[in-house]
Design a binder for this molecule. Structure first.
Ligand code: HEC
Length: 189
């Protein structure tokens, strides 16, 4: 028994030292174009899915079918999300092929409202998905969630239409370029 414990401790020390040498050596390729092996990717996917499910479970979903809420969410989505997640009628852009993990096309499925709220608010570590909660209150994030429930039903023309009618994304003023945004420009006084 004692021998077994000593062997185990030595093994642990060797593994920790090995990992340390590996990290310090710099041979690991951190490039986004050097994809994970299948087992590593599957492991990270499982970690991500379980984490989101666990953290989202207590969230209380408000009423999401309010047309004003959906309209507000459309404006938010058009201003902040299409570069990565696209929208009906939008072709691939120059950024998405290089993103890893690849952002899903949110017009292709309806994410669970609780999980969508949690992901939008907190983001996803070591991916391109930002934590929008750092700059948006819960009510604004729920408007995006409400819009995502509608998005898969929209044709390119309907998408364009709802975005044109949406209130401007006031948070855009932070960047000082609201005047130059083609969709926001129509709403400027
Ligand atoms: C810079 C790129 C980027 C931007 C901008 C971005 N996202 Fe994401 N988003 C991602 C990536 C990448 C993932 C997937 C991460 C992963 O798979 O681990 C993701 C995942 C998500 C998911 C989870 C989808 C699922 O699989 O269930 C939702 C919901 C989401 N984003 C909503 C939004 C919304 C709403 C906005 C705009 C406010 C937004 N994202 C802006 C990159 C982005």
């Amino acid at each position: 028994m004692k021998r077994f414990i000593i062997t185990l401790v030595v093994l642990c020390v060797v593994v920790i030292a090995g990992v340390g040498v590996f990290i310090v050596s710099g041979v690991y390729n951190i490039g986004a174009d050097a994809h994970h092996t299948r087992p590593v990717y599957a492991l990270m996917q499982a970690l991500r899915e379980r984490s989101i499910e666990h953290h989202a479970q207590g969230i209380v979903v408000p009423k999401l079918d309010d047309p004003q809420l959906i309209l507000k969410g459309a404006g938010q989505y058009a201003a902040m999300c299409t570069g990565c997640h696209l929208a009906p009628g939008m072709a691939e852009n120059e950024m998405r092929p290089g993103l890893y993990p690849k952002p899903p096309q949110l017009s292709k499925f309806r994410p669970d409202p609780r999980e969508a709220f949690w992901v939008i608010k907190h983001g996803i570590k070591m991916s391109a998905m930002p934590a929008w909660g750092a700059s948006h209150d819960d009510a604004t994030i729920w408007s995006m969630v409400a819009f995502l429930q509608k998005l898969p039903d929209l044709s390119p023309a309907q998408y364009k239409d709802i975005v044109a009618k949406a209130p401007p994304d006031e948070d855009m003023d932070m960047h000082g370029d609201a005047d130059h945004h083609p969709d926001a420009a129509e709403h400027q006084p």
